[in-house]
Design a binder for this molecule. Structure first.
Ligand code: FE2
Ligand code: FE2
Length: 164
């Protein structure tokens, strides 16, 4: 976090929440980009077959390079801000619980994607045999979580900072 520019001295800069919001937007946009070819097939806007490897690979890279580091950085940043206030504790606990749930959903989505990449029996007719339900659940949960942080958790965290 020290290199990310989110810290100013040992105080958390309120701007850091604005930057996290920007990161949210970019992160969701890239997630949607990774999944777009698969969503178009699901929505019958694109005809299979396509080789799903590129979409699978870009989703797996996104989880490793963007999703997991974001959750950790956000927790590291918000822990000192939120846990020094009694009113901030429940917000931090909610963030942790949401992140735990998102990691589980991402893992299920990852397993589904790996089937698509590795199981020859599934690959042949994957658009008819695998509906990628976990992938779409994860995508929805991610959008809801980001929205909740942007609209509720960050504004409350900023209010706690201002009160100090
Ligand atoms: Fe989060
Ligand atoms: Fe976040």
């Amino acid at each position: 976090m020290a290199d990310s520019g989110l810290w100013r001295g040992d105080q958390v800069d309120i701007c850091c929440f604005a930057r996290l919001k920007e990161e949210h937007e970019a992160m969701l946009e890239r997630l949607n980009e990774c999944l777009r070819p698969l969503a178009e097939i699901r929505d019958k806007q694109r005809h299979p077959p396509i080789n799903p490897d590129e979409a699978v690979q870009s989703f797996l890279q996104w989880t490793q390079r963007e999703f997991l580091p974001h959750l950790q950085a956000e927790q590291d940043l918000c822990r000192p801000v939120l846990t020094i206030h009694a009113a901030g504790e429940p917000l931090y606990r909610q963030m942790l619980a949401d992140h735990r749930k998102l990691r589980e959903l991402a893992q299920q989505a990852r397993e589904e994607m790996l089937l698509l990449q590795n199981e020859d029996s599934i690959r042949e007719d994957w658009w008819n045999t695998l509906d990628l339900a976990c992938v779409w659940s994860f995508q929805r949960a991610m959008a809801e979580h980001v929205d909740c942080e942007n609209r509720e958790i960050f504004p409350k965290a900023i209010a706690l900072q201002v009160k100090e």
